[in-house]
Design a protein around this ligand. Structure first.
Ligand SMILES: *Cc1c(COP(=O)(O)O)cnc(C)c1O
Length: 360
């Protein structure tokens, strides 16, 4: 087996050990004579997997007792709509920090559902930086402020998670479990699993329990947080494979130092690449504000589009895959999520040095 260095922005690469455990158990789960994905979601085997995954999320993220942990299909995208549907009552409004592609997505879907406004807009800053807390225009009657802690496409990250006078809601899809969550400041934290936690198919939602009272009985069942919470995320058939795989990935995170370990890994690995970029005499350029550089999505440019194309072609010849920036912004993007082996970052750094040397 030859594995490439996979810098995919999502879905992410996964540890070989996790993939092998899935493979070993795929046809016969725990000597049951069937696959977990062929079982009833009410079976004792699945129940154990399901609850182990929920427990690992709770312990790894130090989730307080007054929060529920929910597993919901539809990715982070469905949360863009579910959040305002469940959290905004008549007369409430929500402020959005519109910091990039995903912040725009949350704002657009929020606008389709409720009364939301832009508390800050990154357009005039080319989406190259995050707002400071005191730059947010938080209006009277604001129920929550929505932030995107890491913009996956622009490659910017909130260096500090704010404490505001109103509760916040955070999309942490692309920096999930790479930093501690200051729970007091949040009512809800969410993210799709496929960036840092496992394969696609499930989103993790941490929600303050008091928000589910009164119940949102005017909404269809699947769109109600209280329905998922009361059923331990088993109100209907859950995405069993995704939850099983995420549980294995969370166990891997646990053995590799937990959130503190992932935080350190992310800081070190991103520094390796940013230091190289900064010391390349302008051969590589980072388009984002220095203090707001993402620790998981390292975006950079070369002299022109032709040189970037050559860089990408030769990178693939070295087994360095999925380095092309998002089609909306161009350039290069290396996504270095939790599961990416450190050797992959080293291989990329070696390649970047030799490519710059070869062009000099
Ligand atoms: C990928 C991503 C999304 C969209 O996630 P889906 O699970 O595909 O809906 C939303 N927000 C951020 C920050 C992302 O990185």
């Amino acid at each position: 087996m030859t594995r490439v260095h996979n810098f995919c922005a999502g879905p992410c690469t996964l540890p070989v050990s996790v993939l092998e455990q899935l493979g070993d158990q795929m046809a016969d789960f725990d000597e049951s004579g069937m696959s977990l994905v062929e079982m009833s979601h009410r079976s004792s085997e699945y129940d154990e997997v399901h609850h182990r995954t929920l427990d690992l999320l709770r312990s790894l993220c130090s989730v307080p007792d007054d929060f529920d942990v929910l597993l919901i299909q539809g990715g982070a995208t469905l949360q863009f709509a579910m959040i305002p549907m469940n959290l905004l009552s008549v007369g409430d409004t929500a402020g959005h920090a519109v910091t990039g592609t995903w912040g725009k997505g949350a704002f657009a879907d929020g606008s389709a559902v409720g009364d939301v406004y832009a508390a800050w807009h990154g357009e005039q800053h080319n989406y190259a930086r995050m707002p400071l807390a005191d730059e947010l225009d938080v209006r009277e009657g604001t129920r929550y402020v929505h932030v995107t802690s890491n913009e996956t496409i622009g490659g910017i990250r909130m260096p500090d998670l704010y404490a505001l006078d109103v509760p916040q809601v955070a999309d942490m899809s692309s920096d999930f479990l790479t930093r501690e969550i200051p729970w007091d400041n949040y009512d809800l934290v969410y993210g799709g699993a496929q960036k840092n936690l496992g394969p696609a198919g499930v989103a993790v939602v941490f929600i303050r329990k008091s928000l589910m009272d009164p119940k949102c009985t005017h909404l269809p069942k699947y769109l109600r947080y209280d329905v998922h919470a009361e059923a331990d995320s088993l109100a209907n058939t859950p995405p069993m494979f995704s939850i099983w795989a995420m549980g294995l990935m969370l166990a891997w995170i646990d053995t590799n130092g937990g959130v503190a370990g992932m935080q350190q890994r992310a800081a070190e690995r991103s520094s390796t690449l940013y230091d190289l970029i900064d010391s390349s005499d302008g051969f590589y350029r980072s388009p984002v504000a220095k203090g707001d550089r993402s620790h998981t999505n390292i975006v950079f440019r070369l002299g022109d589009a032709d040189l970037e194309a050559t860089f990408l072609t030769q990178a693939e010849q070295h087994g360095l895959m999925n380095l092309k920036g998002h089609r909306s912004v161009g350039g290069i993007r290396a996504s270095v999520y939790n599961a990416l082996p450190t050797e992959s970052v080293e291989a990329l750094a070696d390649y970047m040095r030799s490519f710059a040397g070869g062009q000099a």
